[in-house]
Design a protein around this ligand. Sequence first.
Ligand SMILES: Nc1ncnc2c1ncn2[C@@H]1O[C@H](COP(=O)(O)OP(=O)(O)OP(=O)(O)O)[C@@H](O)[C@H]1O
Ligand SMILES: [Mg+2]
Length: 299
Amino acid sequence: MLLRSIEHIQETMEKHRYITDRPLATIIYLSQILEKPILLEGQAGVGKTDVAKVLAEVLETKLIRLQCYEGIDISQAVYEWNYPKQILRIKLEELGSGSKETVENEIFSESFLLKRPLLEAITSDSAVPPVLLIDEIDRADDEFEGFLLEVLSDFQITIPEIGTIKANRRPFVVLTSNRTRELHDALKRRCLYHWIDYPSFEKEFRIVTTKIPGINELLARKVCNFMQAVRQMDFFKSPGIAETLDWATALVFLNKDDLDRDTVEATLGCIFKYNQDIDRVKEGQLEAILEKSNAVQAG
Ligand SMILES: Nc1ncnc2c1ncn2[C@@H]1O[C@H](COP(=O)(O)OP(=O)(O)OP(=O)(O)O)[C@@H](O)[C@H]1O
Ligand SMILES: [Mg+2]
């Protein structure tokens, strides 16, 4: 087995700088045993996409990514016929004396296919199966979700001109969703589900010190306390781990090792991405958050 145990997953993912708590490591372990896709949901910037990237690094295998968006269809997700190559083949044949039927068979064979992520993942013959990341599935429409359901049930794809292509070995599949809409129960049923929450102070502190090795420990604590306090409050958009890392990195570059009002005000754009949130902080919440985060620090 490639991923030997839950502890092994935690250790190796941490070596690749991803802090994995036990529930997530358990889901990854089970997905390998049950050969089921993982569905990760959570707010923006909490580390969903990174799970697939780091898993591919840990397994030393290819990451095949399908970024979903409104209107995505089979030609972008599964396959497309290579029209220029087909036309060229037809033109060449016109110069020769081959039969029409032979050319037709040939131009609708596998070598005239352009493989898109789903077909690439299913036909992969690498020693270790690839990691297939189906990112932000909630952005795709219902019809595409229905199609995906079929693929993830049998790990096979039917191309009318060729027939059914079945995976020799199932890829590791990670789906992510920001939950901008509910996914269908039928899709969820085929997956192992895990909600990635905002991190605890301890987890966020470990992430910051792992990702920004040179950071002053005290500053890292203050930043994490500040972010924990911010997430307790009511903002239009709470910041994720991505924002914490951006902010901490910015502070290091600015040679700051303490959080004072001026520094925080000048760097609020690393934390908040909505004007009304920045205004709210400036208009009264900032002192309270600073006091709270510094008090926790002192304790
Ligand atoms: N547990 C973790 N350990 C280490 N780094 C983390 C962890 N969680 C998140 N990060 C870091 O936070 C940043 C955001 O992560 P990622 O892009 O995976 O979030 P996401 O949930 O996919 O966000 P979005 O919904 O915006 O796509 C990345 O730089 C990632 O490395
Ligand atoms: Mg993402």
